[in-house]
Design a protein around this ligand. Structure first.
Ligand code: ISL
Length: 578
C-alpha cells in the first residue's frame, strides 16, 4: 500500500526520520573530576553530537537513585542523582538541545522504583499503611515441612527469587529485577495517577520531548500469581515472562496513559518490548490508530547468541537468524500504520563490532563501517548508542571479574560460583560469556582522546576505561577522513539525503539462505535501492537479485574496490537501481 500525499504529511514525523543518540550519563563526560559523568559534561559535548548528524538525545536515567541498577532504581522521579548535577542543570540541558534544534527524551522507569523511594518506604511500614497496595505484597506459602516459601517460583531478571520476604511486615513483595527494585502495583489507580503526574507531566512541562519507556509490557501481570512452567529442571526458580509480560490490562493502562498524558503533548515514545514475538500483537502497541506508543524495541537481533535460561550460557548463532529477525521487524509495518526501530547497541548490550563485525584490528574499521551502512539504510527510527560512532569495542578478554560492575554480570558469576562450589572451569566459562555479552561493555567511559582516562575525567573513573582508548578515540577520528566517525557522518547524511528509501522505504530481503552476506532491496514509490553487505572476512560473490536488474549506481560504500564480482572482507555497497 502506498500512501497519498495527504496522509504522507501525517505519516512523516520528526520522531521517525530523526536519529536518536543515547547517552549513558555516568560514562559520557565528567566535568568536575569526581570520576562520574554529569549533565554539564553532556552540555559541553552537544555540538559534537549535533555535528554527527543526530537529532534526538535519549538520556538514560539521571534521576535520584541509590544506583543499584545504574539509575534504573529511582528514589525520586522529580530529583536528579546528585553527582550528575541539579534540576537547573537539567533545565539547561533541555534548553541547550532545543537551541540546537535537537530534541531530548528521558527514560521512563515505572514498572518499579527503588526500595528507597518514599512510596515504598511507606508501603513496607505495615500491612495497613495507606500505601501498602502501591506495591505487590503477598503472604508466604508453606511447604509440607512447614518451611516458608515465596508465593510462586518466578526467577528475577538478575537472579534469585522475584519475591523478597520483608521481616518487618511479614509478607513478600514482588521485584522482577533486583531486590532493591520493588514492582509498582499498576492495578491501583492512585499509583497510575502519581506516575503520570510525577514521572511524566513534570518533565513534559519542563520541555522534555518524550520518553524511552522501560520494560513497557510488564505493568499488568497475570493474576493470581501462579507458578511458571519448569524450563530449567536444575533450578527451583523458573523464567516467568509468560506470566508477567503483556498481562490482561496492559493495553488499557497504556491507553489511559495516552489519554491522560501523552495526547496533550507532541511527545515521542519508544517502549522496550521483550517477549512479544507476534507482529499482530506488536501492532496493538505501535499502530498509530492504537494510540499507545510510537514504536518499540524488538530484541531479536541484539539477543542473538543469548542462552535460553541464562543469557551468558552462550549459544551459537548464524547469519540466517539475524536475517530472520531483521526481516520480521522491518517488514511487519508494510501496509499498515505501525512504526519500527533499528538499533544494534544500547546500555544493556555488548558492543556491536565485537558481536556482529570483528574487533580484530585488521577488520575493526571496515566492519564498523559495514554495520553503519547496514543501520543507516534500514527502515524505522535509528538509535545510536554513545561510542558506537567511534567504533568502541568490548573490553579485553583478559579483564578479571573484579573490573565488571554491572549487577547482572556479577550476580550471574556469583550464582555459578555458588552452584558449582567454585569450580574453576565453570567459572572460566561464565567469565567467557561475560566477556562477550555483558552489559558492562557498553558502560565503560567514553573514549574522547588519548590522554589519561581517555579524556573522560580528570579524576578516578568510576569504571575502568577500555585499554584500547589510545587507538580508538573521538579526537583522532575527528581529524581523520577515513575514520569510522567520519564514515558514520557520511552514512547519516546519506540516510537524510535518501530519506524516502532509507527511513520510509519498504524492505525486501533477498538472500535469507546465504550464510555470509545480507542483501536487501528498499522500495519507495518508483525508487529502488539495493544494499549488499559482507558479514565475513572472506571475499563473497556479488549476486544481483533479479528484482534489482538494471543500471546500478553506486552511492555509498566502505571500500575503494571496483571489483564487480566480489565483495571484500566486510565490504558494504549501496546502489540506486535505475
Ligand atoms: O539487560 C537485559 C539482558 O541483559 C534485559 O533483560 C533487561 O534487564 C531488560 O530488557 C529490562 O531492561 C531495562 O530495565 C532494567 C534495567 O536494568 C535495564 O538497564 C533497562 O534497560 C530494570 O529497570
Amino acid at each position: 500500500m502506498h500512501l497519498t500525499n495527504n496522509t504522507e504529511l501525517e505519516t512523516k514525523r520528526w520522531w521517525k526520520d530523526g536519529i536518536v543518540y543515547q547517552i549513558y550519563p555516568s560514562s559520557f563526560k565528567d566535568s568536575n573530576g569526581d570520576g562520574l559523568g554529569d549533565i554539564p559534561g553532556i552540555i559541553s559535548k552537544l555540538d559534537y553530537i549535533k555535528d554527527l548528524g543526530t537529532d534526538i538525545i535519549w538520556l538514560s536515567p539521571h534521576y535520584k537513585s541509590p544506583q543499584v541498577d545504574m539509575g534504573y532504581d529511582i528514589s525520586d522521579y522529580q530529583d536528579i542523582h546528585e553527582p550528575y548535577g541539579t534540576l537547573q542543570d537539567c533545565k539547561d540541558l533541555i534548553q541547550a538541545c532545543h537551541k540546537r534544534n535537537m530534541k531530548i527524551i528521558f527514560d521512563l522507569v515505572v514498572n518499579h522504583t527503588s526500595d528507597k523511594h518514599r512510596w515504598f518506604q511507606e508501603s513496607r511500614k505495615s500491612k495497613d499503611n495507606p500505601k501498602r497496595d502501591w506495591y505487590i505484597w503477598r503472604p508466604a506459602k508453606y511447604d509440607e515441612h512447614g518451611n516458608r516459601q515465596p508465593p510462586c517460583n518466578w526467577r528475577s531478571f538478575f537472579g534469585g527469587s522475584a519475591w523478597k520476604w520483608d521481616e518487618r511486615s511479614e509478607e513478600y513483595y514482588l521485584h522482577l529485577f533486583a531486590v532493591e527494585q520493588p514492582d509498582l502495583n499498576w492495578e491501583n489507580e492512585h499509583v497510575r495517577k502519581a506516575i503520570y503526574e510525577e514521572a511524566m507531566k513534570f518533565w513534559l512541562d519542563l520541555g522534555v520531548d518524550g520518553f524511552r519507556v522501560d520494560t513497557v509490557n510488564m505493568y499488568s501481570k497475570i493474576l493470581p500469581f501462579a507458578d511458571a512452567p519448569i524450563e530449567d529442571a536444575s533450578d527451583e526458580l523458573q523464567p516467568a515472562w509468560m506470566l508477567f509480560c503483556n498481562g490482561p490490562r496492559m493495553h488499557e493502562f497504556l491507553g489511559e496513559m495516552n489519554t491522560q498524558v501523552l495526547s496533550h503533548y507532541d511527545a515521542m515514545t519508544v517502549g522496550e518490548l521483550p517477549h512479544t514475538p507476534d507482529p499482530e500483537h506488536v501492532l496493538r502497541y505501535v499502530g498509530s490508530s492504537a494510540n499507545q506508543l510510537n514504536m518499540v524495541f524488538q530484541m531479536d537481533m541484539v539477543n542473538l547468541g543469548f542462552g535460553s535460561n541464562f543469557k551468558y550460557d552462550m549459544q551459537e548463532w548464524h547469519l540466517k537468524d539475524l536475517k530472520t529477525g531483521l526481516e520480521k521487524w522491518q517488514s511487519f509495518i508494510i501496509g499498515n500504520d505501525g512504526w519500527t526501530t533499528i538499533f544494534l547497541e544500547n546500555h544493556d548490550q555488548a558492543r556491536s563490532i565485537s558481536r556482529f563485525g570483528s574487533d580484530d584490528p585488521l577488520y575493526r574499521d571496515v566492519s564498523g563501517k559495514m554495520l553503519a551502512t547496514f543501520l543507516c539504510t534500514l527502515t524505522g527510527t535509528l538509535f545510536l548508542y554513545q561510542g558506537q560512532e567511534i567504533g568502541m569495542v568490548n573490553v579485553p578478554k583478559s579483564w578479571p571479574i573484579e573490573e565488571y560492575k554491572d549487577l547482572e554480570s556479577l550476580n550471574y558469576y556469583n550464582y555459578i560460583k555458588e552452584k558449582t562450589k567454585g569450580d574453576t572451569k565453570a567459572l572460566q566459562t561464565a567469565l567467557e560469556g561475560i566477556s562477550k555479552l555483558a552489559r558492562d561493555h557498553s558502560r565503560t567511559p567514553f573514549q574522547w582522546d588519548d590522554s589519561q582516562h581517555a579524556g573522560f575525567t580528570t579524576g578516578d573513573p568510576w569504571m575502568r576505561v577500555n585499554d584500547i582508548y589510545t587507538e580508538i578515540n573521538a579526537k583522532a577520528q575527528l581529524s581523520n577522513q577515513d575514520s569510522i566517525l567520519s564514515f558514520w557522518k557520511k552514512a547519516i547524511q546519506f540516510r537524510k539525503e535518501y530519506k524516502d528509501l532509507c527511513v520510509y522505504g519498504d524492505f525486501h530481503l533477498c538472500d535469507l539462505e546465504n550464510t555470509a552476506t545480507v542483501t536487501y532491496i528498499k522500495h519507495y514509490k518508483g525508487q529502488k535501492m539495493l544494499v549488499t553487505l559482507n558479514f565475513t572476512k572472506e571475499a563473497q560473490d556479488i549476486v544481483i537479485p533479479t528484482d534489482a536488474q538494471g543500471k546500478l549506481e553506486l552511492v555509498l560504500s566502505n571500500s575503494e574496490s571496483s571489483d564487480t564480482e566480489k565483495l571484500g572482507a566486510y565490504e558494504a555497497r549501496v546502489y540506486i537501481v535505475n
